[in-house]
Unconditional design. Sequence first.
Lengths: 290, 249, 936
Amino acid sequence: MHPAPSVIVFTTFSGLGFGLLFWLGIDPSPPTGWVAFAFFAIAYALSVGGLLASTFHLGHPERAMKALTQWRTSWLSREGLCAIAALLVIGLFAALLIFFGIHAAPLGWLGALLSLGTVFTTSMIYTQLKTVPRWNTPLTPALFLSISLAGGALLSGRVTEAYSLLFIAGLFQIAWWRRGDTALRNSGTTLGTATGLGTTGTVRSFSPPHTSPNYLMKEMVFVVGRKHTDKLRLFALLLGFVVPPILLALPMPHLFGALAVLSHIAGIAISRWLFFAQSEHVVGLYYGAR
Amino acid sequence: MTELPTSTTRKLGLVIDLDTCVGCHACVISCKGWNTENYGAPLSDQNPYGDEPMGTFLNRVHTYEVTPEDGPAQTVHFPKSCLHCENAPCVTVCPTGASYKRIEDGIVLVNEQDCIGCGLCAWACPYGAREMDQAEGVMKKCTLCVDRIYNENLSEEDREPACVRTCPAGARHFGDFADPDSNVSRLTKERNGIDLMPEMGTAPVNKYLPPRPRDASPLTPFLAPVADEPVGFLGWLDRQLDKLPGGSD
Amino acid sequence: MADGQPILDTSPKVSDEVRKTTCYMCACRCGINVHMKDGKVAYIEGNRDHPVNKGVLCAKGSAGIMQHNAPSRLRKPLIRTGPRGSGEFQEISWHEAMATAVGWLTEIHETAPHKLAFFTGRDQSQSFTSFWAQQFGTPNYAAHGGFCSVNMAAAGIYTMGGAFWEFGQPDWDRTKLFMLFGVAEDHDSNPIKMGLGKLKARGAKVIGVNPVRTGYNAIADEWVGITPGTDGLFILALVHELMRAGKIDLHYLAQYTNAPVLVDGETGLLLRDENGKMLVIDRNTGKPAPFDRKGVRPDLSASYRHAGVTHRTVMALMADRYLDKSYSPEAVADRCGIPADRIRSIAAELARVAFEEEITLDREWTDFRGDTHKTMTGRPVSFHAMRGISAHSNGFQTCRALHVLQILLGSVEVPGGFRFKPPYPKPVEAHPTPHGHGRPGRALAGPHLGFPRGPEDLQIEADGTPKRIDKAFSWETPMSAHGLMHMVISNAHAQDPYEIDTLFMYMANMAWNSTMNTKGVIDMLTARNEDGRYRIPRIIYSDAYSSEMVAYADLILPDTTYLERHDCISLLDRPICEADAAADAIRWPVVEPDRDVKGFQSVLIELGARVGLPAFLNEDGSPKWKDYADYIVNHERRPGIGPLAGWRGETGDQSGRGAVNPEQLDRYIENGGFFVEHIPENAQYMKPWNMAYQDWAVKMGLFDSPHPFLFNLYVEPMRKFQRAAEGHGDIQPPDHLRAQIKATMDPLPIWYEPFEQSAFNADDFPIHALTQRPMAMYHSWGTQNAWLRQLHGRNPLYLPTSLWREHGFAEGDWARVTSPHGEITVPVAHQTGLNDKTVWTWNAIGKRKGTWALSEDVPEAREGFLLNHLINELLPPKGDGLRWANSDPITGQAAWFDLRVRIEKVDPPGETQPAFKPIKSPVPEGPHMLKWKVGK
Ligand SMILES: Nc1nc2c(c(=O)[nH]1)N[C@H]1C(S)=C(S)[C@@H](COP(=O)(O)OP(=O)(O)OC[C@H]3O[C@@H](n4cnc5c(=O)[nH]c(N)nc54)[C@H](O)[C@@H]3O)O[C@H]1N2
Ligand SMILES: Nc1nc2c(c(=O)[nH]1)N[C@H]1C(S)=C(S)[C@@H](COP(=O)(O)OP(=O)(O)OC[C@H]3O[C@@H](n4cnc5c(=O)[nH]c(N)nc54)[C@H](O)[C@@H]3O)O[C@H]1N2
Ligand code: SF4
Ligand code: SF4
Ligand code: SF4
Ligand code: SF4
Ligand code: SF4
Ligand SMILES: [Mo]
């Protein structure tokens, strides 16, 4: 799949933002006043910024509101609704904290749930697609949720939670990659089934329908070399899950904490780039791609 | 409208005969022509006279080589457009309701006024049957020529998709799969029509007729000689000519 | 609309009006419905009523709207300002352009008409352009046939009075076994596809004989991946097998062919009686008798001894030759790349279907001997072939071999076999002989092109020098019935046989894809004499688009597009008939040009009148015709016979023959742009011998009197040339050509190794290199079409698995390809279904930078390429100082497919080599985006 920057930015930052909102929502003794403002501002900047980024790749962003109508079937629609609900609920929760110092805990819990729901629905947009076997697994929501929670913990300075969640997310990440590498093969879909010609013999793409590129190839057929993949995975693992705990263990928590967050973001961004770039859409088979 | 109808009154679609398709691209271009001028926004072309021209097409023809265990490689031309799946994942993923499957005939369409151009439906389609128009920012797909097949401004015989009407080899057939006696149902039965990627569970309406077996040596025995030498041959000729009726028959 | 289905208008208005005319995207000439909205072309579809395409349309035809509106269209006449090839022009008025052309042409016409060489490309108005050239008085006229497929056409005419494509078609509705030789697309594009579709629907069998398995050959039930240039051997091996097994149609051979005709044992000419009638032995009497006497039973096996000489039948000579072991499947298998058993199995299959699946139609008919037959017997095997067998230097003989095979099976003009389309069959005797003597200010006595019957018809001076610039009808290529367009520039540059003054060309991209040796031709077009004048002093060219050739002309006469002019697809020319019907058609301006351009035929009419060609003037010296439309309606070739056969006679009620009808074009337009006249049922088969057909043809004006004829298994005119080479007669070939003529002009089909192959060590160039036409592109024009160029914007060289592995190629690699003549460096791709000694690519995709209104970085110019750089119009020099043409020695057909190469893997050079410097475009570059929609 084409690793569109807008989608990478969106999933990386909004995941982080909603993760933070989750932790803020369930915090038994949340900050108030300016400190609260700072935390919520960061969380909103990340989540709303991410959402906004995702509209950049729309052909008609002005019609974006229409995307909320199909919650009965569409995970994208559900995501939109969930995100709005989360932002509204937490917004109210935050306003009470910032301006009145009131801690409306149930509101926070609801907001936290909706935040996780948003991350989950986002992940389900990918997970539901049988056409991308790498994504089509419960590991995808697990990965998204664990990363979001870990990132949120990291960002909100919850060091212990961050340690364990980063560890778990790292494990999910490895598991997701390992499964992913055989996902297309295991899906049973081949050029043979795609064309129905597999029963006659070995099928090979002889010539594409057009010698010029098309939307499908640009959007769904993206090929990264194995060597690059290995290197990038290593970076993603190190930056995303290994370096942050080490940095957290160092003195000067503010400086190294911030660095840990940056490292994590960089790692996740790489992971998300790979999430797209490495994922094979079955339509690629028609074009002779793996 | 992204809930799929539980059943449709008719099941309109195409049968594509891979035994007959010569790969001429006529269907590709007539589709482009009709749909540029008709349903929705024109199918635009980026860089039409420059490097990497890239336009929207609703129907494309691939070419594959199939190498059997024994026997020479075969070439198969493979046209592909929307298969109007009964279980269309492109419809259910659509957040706006722009994508829908018609209750009356099962045609899968995009309502361009509602489409936000998110591209998710194209991701959901295993067949590469949806293309985002780069100029208009909306999703385009085969309409099964919904603006031809019922069009009262066209003569009865012209109420068929542009690609079917134009196919010089007659490799494309249009009809109602819900009717077991329709041309498409019969062809599918007689020639063992198949689904593409059945494992995807999309239940495509369009069917493909696989190529007939190729390069099988005929069972005809080799010819037995009547003569190996010209002299013998002329003698044989002489005898045969006696058997021919005289001058006229 | 979030919930509930949107309400759709499923009956939108399709268009304001439909105008019916004829497609021009190729020479197939399908009928089209042009849908108009607001006076503009909105959509083009096939015309269901049209005899050619019956509603279907190919990709090119459907993309006509992009062709018609292409940004590459020329806009105004141009005069060259920079050096040739630079592309620097100035736009001038038509007034100026015509004055210049008239000036140049008048001078030549009045002093030395042969100094004009007028050659047209895939012109669809040859009867008119040749008429013009005849009136002009130059011997130098031809169309593209010589480099295209004259072998096919001439072999067919000499053998059976017609060939494939325009001349005939398989009986698609009845044939049960169809064999296709060397065809990728052909002119008869849609009908072949429709025909194949019919066979497939019936489950009839298709055998494709082609080194490459794509397109039609992809859907063939059996693929015979033959080695190029060896079809003649393969076919004659089939003949060997069939004859040996006696699986030939004896009745047919005896009655309808010259198989029983006696060949003079001394001269090799056919024995004739005092009336010139060919003689056969009548089995009733055992005596010689004219072949066409009523009741005669021609004896195939007889011999006749007279005055000490034994005369034997053609059949006997054939037995001598083809039963020989050298034609056995074993003997040819390796060279053809086809196992012997495969050849045997195909022979058996042909015999089985022809003789065991015989069909009988209850249609009574009377033959030319006056015998009436209750039924028509059909042999449901049919064949079709095109350039794969004809574009070789042994092509004429190979095409002949195929026709002989058809005839032996008795499958020509019978149900289920191959059928002629009117005005064919037409025996060689009914065709003109060539004419060429040009006298200043005078017209030629007859048409330039024709079918020589012997040395007396050659177009040579008393000293043997060719009369024509292309040396057609000279001893080099005696039966070059279509001329040799590919030699014109080369000979004019070499001033051999003489100098010319003006080269006048029409729709032929001779500076690029349509020429052999492209680089060399470019150099010839730009070569100068010592005095600085161009070696070819003046070039006038008519094109409708900004092609590569435009830059090499001095004066450009911009044509309209096909939707903006009148045209005439005439029975006098290359008609659109079907086996069951005679038909012709027109084009008419369905839209007016929005540029300052004129239909070329109308321009020729005006030129003819202004140069003062008598046929173009009335008695009082005023122009006879206003424009081409006027000519189409009012010109009469013979009284009552004009360009169009439909709606003749004052009231328009006559077909074929009849007085001029001033409203004829309106009738055509009302009828959808075409005219069809069906052949009566009992005249639809056996046409060469069927008196009902002969009479119908006379009534239609196709002939002036019936002329039934015998098929020529043995071609006597060839024997006449051969005899001359043996030293008989007054007109003698030069000594250096004697051996070649003796060897190649055999009156019975033979096979010899293609020339280019025998001209050097085959091991140095072990691989055959071919081109194929892509179905969706037409030569160079497809590229200017925004839709089509997305389909074929680059063309790799396809290599078979053996070569792919041997050289260790991988996807994305490039190769250097070297021929005896030159080298190119190009991208490669892998194909498994390919003869393992053959490489190929699509024809004419490569483009020159700066042409066709494209930007200079287009893939066509960077990754597309032409094979033409590797092919020379001349064979490698033999050290005798002579220029040996890379052509068939009989017809002069350009031997495109004789090309041999070697390949090696190289680093990608960035773009295909050779790369040419850009041409300055005479038109602005096309837009960066198209959102084409004419209606609201
Ligand atoms: N779409 C389209 N249609 C066209 C044209 C076009 O440019 N585009 N051009 C038109 C013109 S001008 C012409 S002349 C016709 C030509 O029509 P075709 O005769 O179909 O010409 P080519 O495409 O050159 O195809 C030649 C075929 O012969 C095969 N071949 C080559 N050598 C041999 C051989 O030795 N033996 C055998 N058996 N096969 C061989 C090649 O693989 C190829 O398939 O097409 C006309 N129609
Ligand atoms: N390597 C290789 N080369 C080949 C062949 C091959 O098989 N292999 N095939 C050969 C054969 S058979 C042929 S016939 C030739 C074909 O060669 P050409 O006939 O030269 O082919 P085109 O590229 O079609 O060029 C025709 C020109 O006509 C112009 N034209 C198009 N429409 C109109 C119009 O309406 N009016 C006017 N005035 N001009 C118009 C086009 O712009 C173009 O410049 O190519 C030959 N070249
Ligand atoms: S083919 Fe693709 S676009 Fe068409 S209905 Fe099926 S999933 Fe949807
Ligand atoms: S691109 Fe349009 S039709 Fe497709 S899912 Fe998005 S809104 Fe729906
Ligand atoms: S049915 Fe219509 S829209 Fe669909 S591929 Fe055919 S021509 Fe195109
Ligand atoms: S028009 Fe017919 S034969 Fe041509 S590519 Fe399309 S389906 Fe195949
Ligand atoms: S075959 Fe195609 S390009 Fe040729 S005349 Fe017919 S529709 Fe036009
Ligand atoms: Mo040609």
